[in-house]
Design a binder for this molecule. Structure first.
Ligand code: AMP
Ligand code: ZN
Length: 307
């Protein structure tokens, strides 16, 4: 396996060890979480979050961490069924029981239905729902952080996109460690310095199951796709450009200002306005607060054993 930015050629076993240590170094470099932490991994079934589960499982003894796994079944036809199968399969291999929350059962509607009822874009509705549910589960379980599988290619493409749109503050959420407070769980991204090519090689070399298809609802997000292609084209001759770009942007943001949060009048969770974006979305789609209360009840009553 070639790892161009590190100028390494590794055999299968050394490549796997190298990737595990790369994640451990990212955890250390950004202080993502401490030893003895309780973590909630949000897993989609894609190669990134599958790799991350495997790596966290591998290092759980060394760091004495406890891991819970959460999968949100978004109810997207032909995509969510397969994602769920992959999640059950990888968790079965590791002898873990994932928390699976099917949106249709929890809220009465799928992502597509909520987007269509509110006239909002699928991806933005999906993002609001995923952030809200992962945070809420993390808070009720009392974890130290919610962990997601965003990789270096995702994060550098988003960084470039925010810069191109002149929204430097938008890059703040791309930091590998977003601190929590009160009912806002910390969010961390241990794959922030691992490229998409590496996550693909890792899952293939380890024979792990992963979801190959793309979301059937996702339209091509042009600036983001072009940003990815642009960064990858430069990387061909400058192998460490993505990591240095990412570190440069993130390093410059650390002194940035923090946003003041209030309590959502409907759900009591953190919000920028009097009602949080999730409650506004659900109220607009359904005209009722009931689905929000039902979701909270369901999450509160989850019986979870962390591994
Ligand atoms: P995406 O937003 O699809 O680019 O995914 C980014 C990260 O969000 C993934 O690596 C997962 O950690 C998490 N994630 C995405 N989809 C789901 C899902 N359906 N359930 C739980 N976590 C998810
Ligand atoms: Zn709310």
């Amino acid at each position: 396996m070639r790892v161009p930015y590190a100028r390494l050629h590794l055999c299968r076993d050394h490549f796997i060890k190298y990737e595990v240590s790369r994640v451990e170094k990212t955890i250390e470099r950004y202080g993502l979480f401490k030893r003895d932490s309780k973590l909630l991994l949000a897993i989609s079934g894609g190669k990134d979050s599958v790799m991350l589960l495997d790596v966290l499982y591998t290092i759980r003894g060394r760091l004495n961490i406890k891991i819970g796994v959460l999968h949100i079944d978004l109810g997207i036809n032909g995509y969510s069924e397969e994602s769920r199968r992959v999640v059950l399969s990888i968790c079965g291999m590791l002898n873990m029981t994932p928390i699976i929350l099917p949106l249709r059962e929890c809220l009465g509607y799928s992502v597509k239905e909520i987007a269509e009822k509110t006239g909002r874009k699928y991806c933005s509705v999906c993002g609001v729902i995923k952030r809200y549910i992962t945070n809420t589960v993390g808070i009720y379980l009392g974890v130290d952080a919610v962990v997601t599988g965003h990789n270096l290619d995702d994060l550098t493409a988003y960084c470039l996109k925010e810069i191109l749109r002149g929204n430097l503050k938008g890059a703040l959420r791309l930091h590998p460690k977003l601190k929590g407070e009160g009912k806002l769980a910390a969010r961390v991204k241990p794959l922030a310095e691992v490229s998409e090519r590496e996550t693909a090689m890792y899952v293939v070399l380890k024979g792990l199951p992963f979801m190959m298809g793309e979301c059937s609802l996702a339209p091509p997000r042009t600036i983001e796709v072009k940003s990815r292609e642009f960064l990858s084209s430069i990387e061909a001759n400058h192998p460490s450009i993505k990591v240095s770009f990412y570190r440069g942007i993130i390093g410059g943001l650390e002194v940035g200002d923090t946003v003041k949060l209030r309590e959502c009048q409907v759900c009591g969770f953190p919000s920028l306005a009097s009602r949080c974006s999730f409650c506004r979305l659900i109220l607009r789609a359904t005209g009722s607060e009931k689905p929000i209360r039902v979701l909270h009840e369901r999450i509160k009553n989850l019986q979870v054993n962390l591994t």
